[in-house]
Every structure is written in structure tokens, then in C-alpha cells.
Design a protein around this ligand. Structure first.
Ligand code: ZN
Length: 377
């Protein structure tokens, strides 16, 4: 990530560039942004510029070892701290968790999409719906990192993503290191809620505001840098609140929703054709969806399709609000399925969604669901 990769926020970029050029870098900074507005992308560009051994024309070279390591988030001079909790990827008591246990997923997300949103981070780290914490074990790990001699010639940087999730104990542990940092130590924090950061921490940081982008800037970036079709880009930009991350999340959500919709239609097509084998195959695909959230979304989508079939059977086409792309399918299904089927099937599908919530084995849930649907025909 170089400065020229950063979308908008020219003022922030030039201030950070200037700090490095003049050697006047505050030992603690806190970037404040709305979720997904690109502060982590800016931090990555800054760290790369700082570490680069062949900076020129205000940009990192992009080729030296340091540049390559920072851009892959594997540079030994940087430690990334972020809120964590136990979940599907790492278990155990929250107070014992450190970010090292999650670092492979963190790096993957940061490198692939530096505009990630908080909820995308939670998903990537397997938190499900729980919210993370920066607790004492992580505080200790930071102090340890600072106590050992630097593995690199340059700065030792601690990046803290969401310092508002740090508890008081941890903050107290770090106060001295932030207030009287050892030579070459740098703290860079990214917050979404500066008023929730403990005052003892925020008062010691230089504050930098990362602004939301103009709608037009978001739209152009989506088209030019993310190869998004014009029409989708306009919709995503107008819903984004100036956040590239939110716009990208919306677009991915659209893609996922249409993939789920496709799977639901395939399941009902197998049912209509009385194709039990095909039906079970599709049920396995539903069980293999990559999170419980998506499996539940599949159940809701199936419920919505059944409701539409029911309404069309009752002659309430206007209320069914069937999207044009599905009209032919829903009308055909309404004609071919018994009038009693949609209600029975809605119960079956909603029961399956409930079991997914209660952590019942997914494959068993979806196989049973497919069987019961078939029996209700
Ligand atoms: Zn370089």
C-alpha cells in the first residue's frame, strides 16, 4: 500500500508523509474514522513509507524487503493489536487470548481488503456475534514486544485497532509505555469511537481525523479501482455514507444474497421435479455455507420464497412482491405445488433455522430439512 493508493484524505496523507520526511513523528497517534473509511489503509501506507529503505518522491519504493514485508503485514517491526474473543476459530478464556492466536486471519483480511469493516473483522476471526476485547494477555504481549531488542533497524510500532475496546487494566499496563516511550517506539491507533477511548490513553495521542469521502469519490473508486459496474457503484456509493469499506460490504452482500437465492431456487426445483437425490445434494451445499449466519440467511430466504408461493396460490400476486427475475419460477411453483405445502414447508424451514441457532450439526439439520420437505409434497 503506497500513499498514491489511498483514496481521498489528501491532507492526512501529506501530514503523515511530512512527519517521516522531517523525522518529526509523534510517539503516539490516534486516527479517528467512521467504520471502513480507510484509516487502516492509510496506516499501512504510512508504515511502508516509514520502513522503506529506498523512499523517493514522497512514496515508498514498493520493492525493497521492508516494503514487501509491510505490505504483507509480516514486517517484524510492527505488532498489530485488535479486540479478540473466543469463537469458532480460537477458543478459551478471553483474558488469556492474544492477537498472535488470530494473526493469520488478521493478516489475510488486512492484505486482501484494508477497507474492512468491524463486522467483517468479527466474521474473519470467527467471533460470530460476540464483541471482542483488548485484555491483559495482549497488554503483556505488547510490553514484551517492546522490551526485546528490535529485530529491525527502524521503529518498533504497535498498531492498535479499536483502542476503545481496551479494558482499564490493560490501559493501565500500557500507560507508561505510551507516555514515556523508549527510543524508536511508536503507537498508531485507529478508533471508530474516540469518546469511548479511555481518556488516559487518548490524551497522550496526537489526534488525526480521517474523513468520510464524497459520494462521487466513492463511486469513482468503486469503478476505477474495484472494477465495479457503473450502476452498482452508484447505488453502493449512495448507501455508503462516504465509507469505501461499507460500499464494498454492500456489494459483497448483494453477491452473496444472489448466490443464496440461486441455491434456494435449485432446492425448490429439485422438489418440484421429485428429485430426492438432487435435493439432498443441494441440502449438502447449504450445510457447507461458510458460516451459521449464512446458513440462517439461507433458511430465511427459503421462507421468503415459500411465502411468495403461498400468496400467489391465494391470488395475492400484488402483495407477494416477487422480483421480476423470479416471477416465472414462483408462478410455476404455485401451480404445481399443493395448496397445503407452503405452510408445512415454512414450519420445516423455520425449525431448521432455529436448530442452526442452537448449534445443532449443520449437515444433519439440512438433510432432515430436505427429507421433511420431500415427505410433505
Ligand atoms: Zn521500499
Amino acid at each position: 500500500m503506497t500513499f498514491s493508493d489511498i483514496i481521498g484524505n489528501e491532507g492526512v496523507v501529506s501530514a503523515l508523509r511530512n512527519m517521516v520526511d522531517t523525522g518529526r513523528i509523534p510517539h503516539a497517534m490516534m486516527l479517528y474514522e467512521n467504520d471502513g473509511c480507510g484509516a487502516m489503509a492509510i496506516v499501512q501506507a504510512f508504515l511502508q513509507y516509514l520502513a522503506c529503505t529506498r523512499r523517493h518522491d514522497g512514496e515508498p519504493c514498493g520493492e525493497c524487503l521492508q516494503c514487501r514485508q509491510v505490505s504483507k503485514a509480516i514486517y517484524a517491526g510492527v505488532r498489530y493489536t485488535f479486540p479478540v474473543t473466543s469463537g469458532t476459530k480460537v477458543g478459551g478464556a478471553v483474558k488469556d487470548l492474544t492477537c498472535d492466536m488470530f494473526s493469520s486471519w488478521w493478516k489475510e483480511l488486512l492484505v486482501e481488503n484494508p477497507y474492512f469493516t468491524e463486522s467483517e473483522l468479527s466474521t474473519a476471526l470467527g467471533f460470530e456475534k460476540k464483541s471482542g476485547l483488548i485484555a491483559v494477555a495482549e497488554g503483556k504481549a505488547i510490553l514484551q514486544k517492546l522490551s526485546i531488542a528490535s529485530a529491525t533497524d527502524g521503529y518498533r510500532t504497535i498498531v492498535i485497532y479499536l483502542p476503545e475496546k481496551m479494558n482499564v487494566q490493560t490501559a493501565n499496563m500500557l500507560l507508561k509505555a505510551i507516555e514515556e516511550p523508549a527510543e524508536g517506539t511508536l503507537f498508531v491507533m485507529v478508533t471508530h469511537s474516540p469518546e469511548s477511548v479511555l481518556q488516559t490513553i487518548s490524551s497522550r495521542c496526537q489526534a488525526i481525523r480521517v474523513l468520510p469521502l464524497e459520494k462521487e469519490q466513492v463511486r469513482r473508486a468503486l469503478v476505477e479501482r474495484f472494477s465495479c459496474p457503473e450502476e452498482d457503484a452508484s447505488i453502493a456509493a449512495s448507501l455508503s455514507g462516504g465509507s469505501i469499506g461499507m460500499a464494498l460490504r454492500y456489494l459483497r452482500g448483494q453477491e452473496e444474497a444472489s448466490a443464496l437465492e440461486g441455491l434456494v431456487i435449485q432446492i425448490f426445483t429439485s422438489l418440484l421435479e421429485r428429485d430426492l437425490y438432487g435435493l439432498l445434494e443441494k441440502a449438502e451445499e447449504a450445510a457447507a455455507l461458510d458460516s451459521r449466519e449464512r446458513q440462517k440467511a439461507f433458511c430465511s430466504e427459503a421462507g421468503a420464497v415459500l411465502r411468495q408461493i403461498f400468496m400467489v396460490q391465494q391470488g395475492m400476486e400484488d402483495l407477494a412482491m416477487v422480483p421480476p427475475s423470479q416471477r416465472a419460477f414462483i408462478a410455476g411453483a404455485a401451480r404445481r405445488l399443493a395448496g397445503t405445502f407452503p405452510r408445512k414447508a415454512m414450519d420445516i424451514v423455520s425449525r431448521a433455522g432455529g436448530m442452526i441457532d442452537r448449534n445443532v450439526n449443520q449437515k444433519a439439520v439440512f438433510t432432515n430439512m430436505a427429507d421433511s420437505l420431500f415427505m410433505s409434497l
